[in-house]
Write a protein that binds this ligand. Sequence first.
Ligand SMILES: *Cc1c(COP(=O)(O)O)cnc(C)c1O
Length: 226
Amino acid sequence: MSIATNLLAIQDRVADAAATAGRPVSDIQLVAVSKTVDRDMVEAAYAAGVRHFGENRVQDMRQKFEQSVGPGSVVHLIGHLQTNKARDAVRYCSIVESVDRISLVDALQKRCEVDDSTLEILLQINIAEEEQKYGCDPGNAAELLDHALAQDRLTVRGLMTIAPLVDDVEETRPVFRGLRELRDTLQESRPSAELSQLSMGMTNDYWIAIEEGATMIRLGRAIFQG
Ligand SMILES: *Cc1c(COP(=O)(O)O)cnc(C)c1O
């Protein structure tokens, strides 16, 4: 397995999907999900040019990223976050993609005040409305967004979703489209917000997500397995 070889294959596929959608590849940020690999692999990915990393769990993020990987590296928290872990989230990442409830917004704002810091966030939306899955119901997204926009330490950059596992990857398309349409609706009625980011697409389905407007794709296996 070579991370560099995997990255080249990903770049090809990203370029194809972007071309299909008539979008510039520069609009699409690769986030390397390092949750299953150790710090050595994170460093290897950095050496191969990766700058954005995603972790699911606060403990793993702290362990792997407390010490910076290098200049320009950016750490995303992409997994469910308990309010009592807000402190480490604020300390060890730049962006929390998995903000899905008002109590978490409050915990992050409060922690940023204590640390005199700021944080970027995405609102995680359960577009497919699957049971058992984290994420805010689409019907509650406006309320969550307005609450988050009112916090002076938090900057809402956009929305995130996880598509369900399906047999036919095309079935993910309406989910990704749904996130984009929800973003468009929310943005239209809140012109001062900057909801430019759509984090959607993983190893199984990222080209579909790009065709539907993804600006961040979160890839684990495509980079680290091979
Ligand atoms: C694990 C994970 C990913 C990456 O999944 P792959 O299928 O390995 O690409 C992306 N997003 C979230 C939220 C994850 O938990």
